[in-house]
Unconditional design. Structure first.
Length: 310
């Protein structure tokens, strides 16, 4: 039997998720949105069914606003919520998206209690916290997508700056999905060559800053709405690792219970994503400077989570 992927939110990111999940034949796809947008999602689903003959995939794809349709889903990816507009921080979305995530979490808890859940809605680290609290799901079953995206941006900017293939850039970005996230130049390599040996300190500083502000750079260009291609791909990479037991090591917002000195908070850390879900958090021995940066991002996430009053 085919796997089932439930996409909660069928907007900009949701529709790309549906296309990628179909093209990768991850399973049958349900796009769920609010009743007022259900017909649009039915249209998007139908359009994707009609793309299948040339897209070369087999999948049943439907749009709905009824949680019964996500029953038994193996994976749930949540993008329901408002995106940013120019001049807004991710935190500005907090109050409106808490209500949406609470409603979504209750729906998922009732109809897809075994699903591996990937949260994309911002402010990410707080929304995944709320989703986890409301569902009460075990920690291996709930993660936030952001570190995988932040790392993709870090790698992309390095490749652009140095004129090398992005395939050869390896590295990671830790911490919350905000301007004090922690790219790790010390542990980044280009075809095995340390980044710190082929880029100048000025170049590295520029790359770190651009990565931290990457989402905002796109929001400013759009004026309304935020990035959708790269967030969708990042969530699909995580879903695929779970569904195919690929055992990828990806930075995700995971519930830390002592790791990195953090307790009871979801924050971006390197995770093993397997058929068990978020199987394991890898701890990196950080330098004093990296530790200080990590503590700063933890403080930001702690503040946002405390404002959730949950
Ligand atoms: N239940 C289901 N869907 C909902 C709900 C709800 N309660 N409330 C809103 N939605 C839907 C909207 O109707 C919309 O179709 O969520 C969708 C969000 O889509 P977009 O507005 O296009 O936003 P998108 O760019 O996809 O970003 C979604 O991901 O990266 C984050 O910051 C971004 O929080 C935002 C989220």
């Amino acid at each position: 039997m085919r796997k089932k992927i439930a996409l909660i939110g069928g907007g900009q990111i949701g529709q790309i998720l549906a296309m990628l999940a179909a093209q990768k034949e991850l399973g049958d796809i349900v796009i769920l949105d609010v009743p007022g947008y259900a017909n649009v999602c039915k249209g998007k689903a139908l359009d994707l069914m009609e793309m299948a003959p040339h897209g070369n995939y087999d999948a049943n794809i439907i749009g709905t606003s009824d949680y019964k349709d996500i029953e038994g889903a193996d994976v749930v990816i949540v993008t329901a919520g408002k995106p940013r507009e120019a001049g807004m921080t991710r935190e500005d979305l907090l109050n409106v998206n808490i209500k949406i995530i609470t409603e979504v979490a209750n729906g998922v808890k009732q109809y897809a209690p075994k699903a591996f859940c990937i949260i994309v809605t911002n402010p990410l680290d707080a929304m995944v916290y709320v989703f986890h609290k409301v569902t009460g799901f075990p920690k291996h079953q709930v993660i936030g997508m952001a570190g995988t995206l932040d790392t993709a941006r870090w790698r992309a900017f390095i490749a652009m700056e140095l004129g090398v293939s992005v395939a050869d850039v390896a590295g990671t970005v830790l911490g919350g999905h905000g301007p004090d996230m922690v790219p790790l130049p010390r542990l980044t390599t280009v075809g095995g060559v340390p980044l710190t040996e082929i880029a100048t300190p000025e170049q590295i500083e520029k790359l770190v800053n651009r990565t931290r502000e990457a989402g905002t750079e796109i929001v400013k260009l759009f004026g309304k709405g935020s990035a959708f291609f790269s967030p969708a791909w990042s969530a699909i990479v995580i879903a695929e690792s779970y569904l195919k037991d690929k055992r990828r090591v990806l930075p995700c917002a995971a519930l830390c219970e002592g790791e990195y000195g953090v307790n009871g908070l979801f924050i971006g850390v390197p995770c093993l994503i397997s058929a068990k879900g978020m199987e394991k958090i890898f701890e990196i021995k950080l330098t004093e400077e990296e530790k200080a940066q990590f503590q700063k991002t933890v403080a930001s996430v702690t503040k946002t989570v405390s404002e959730c009053n949950i």
